[in-house]
Design a protein around this ligand. Structure first.
Ligand code: T6T
Length: 325
């Protein structure tokens, strides 16, 4: 794995190269033997991260002359996603790119999908068991969590109390972010990390948690919000409390997060490349359908975005879209 870190205006810009292959694998479109039918199952519909991933997947599907359907549950919940997975299996596309909502609970339906002869690729999240997947494509979430902790430690002057606001336990991506964060915080003995709080991906819950934590911990210095919805909810809580002292680092770069960054409510965003994940997901699935070798693990880039670099041309590909146009 190739990691390059550059200090930039107090925050680090980190690019993480592919673990065992590039996310930008070139598949000649002329080699598309058939109009394969693919489906992308998003972790949750409507989330700007997955909207952007779908834009990348659609662009690559169009380039390769394959058909893409996009679906997803309306809530981050394995029990909501399971019937979506089952109905995709029943429709029997040739290949599926899927972001499972839970790393264990969705093993049976996804194994059944693979056993039915559908090529399965994990995009973003994955199961603990990746043995039947053609490829697992994601950000290096552990490295992102480490970067979040280092950045937050700097922002709070290496002391005080900090809070992690997370989705749910059992999600491969956010679990890795929290692990990276907590492991790095062991190097910062004057920072106390409060018990982790879970929101079930509900921004309102993140707001309530932020308000309650501000009331209970007058020394609260920083927050790590592990994804879009948590970041949005934490920012709302800080705004409602007119709090200008707590420093916040969040994963992702949705449109509202960029507004909150520009407004100075959030100090740093660990942005992913969901568009690139969507592109690579289609590429790997099509390779598998053609009987060509795939890359088992692909790690796409991330970048640390601040108010000072958010307009840099190099950062634009890391800003998520509300729609593809
Ligand atoms: O952070 C992304 C994604 O990587 C994670 O797996 C779930 O949350 C997001 O979709 C953002 O809301």
């Amino acid at each position: 794995m190739r990691i390059r870190t550059v200090t930039m205006l107090g925050l680090a810009l980190i690019t993480v190269g592919a673990c065992s292959g590039s996310a930008a694998t070139t598949v000649p479109s002329s080699a598309a033997a058939q109009n394969y039918k693919l489906t992308l199952i998003q972790g949750v519909a409507g989330d700007p991260f997955y909207v952007t991933m779908a834009c990348g997947a659609q662009a690559e599907a169009t380039k390769q002359g394959v058909t893409l359907n996009i679906t997803g549950g309306n809530k981050w919940d394995a029990t909501v996603q399971k019937p979506v997975i089952d109905s995709v299996t029943a429709a029997h596309p040739d290949g599926v790119m899927v972001a499972p909502d839970d790393s264990k609970a969705l093993l049976a339906p996804l194994k059944a999908m693979s056993d039915a002869g559908i090529k399965v690729t994990f995009v973003d999240t994955k199961l603990d068991d990746t043995s039947f997947a053609q490829s697992a494509i994601s950000t290096d979430n552990l490295a992102g969590g480490t970067l979040a902790a280092k950045t937050l430690a700097t922002l709070v002057g290496d002391k005080g109390t900090v809070l992690i606001v997370n989705v749910d336990p059992g999600i491969s991506t956010t679990d890795a972010r929290v692990k990276g964060f907590n492991d790095e915080m062991k190097n910062h003995p004057n920072i106390k990390v409060l018990d982790i709080q879970y929101t079930h991906d509900d921004p309102t819950a993140a707001t309530v948690i932020t308000t309650a934590t501000l009331a209970a911990h007058s020394d609260l210095a920083g927050v790590f919000a592990t994804n879009v919805q948590n970041a949005e909810g934490v920012a709302t809580g800080l705004k409602q409390a007119s709090n200008t002292t707590v420093k916040t680092i969040a994963f992702d770069a949705g449109p509202k997060q960029i507004e909150d960054l520009n407004a100075g409510i959030v100090q740093g965003l660990i942005a992913q490349d969901p568009y690139g994940i969507g592109v690579a997901g289609v590429q790997q699935t099509v390779l598998a359908l053609k009987g060509q070798p795939t890359t088992k693990v692909i790690q796409t880039q991330l970048a640390a975005i601040t108010k000072d670099n958010v307009t840099d041309p190099a950062m634009q590909k890391f800003l998520y879209k509300a729609s593809c146009s």
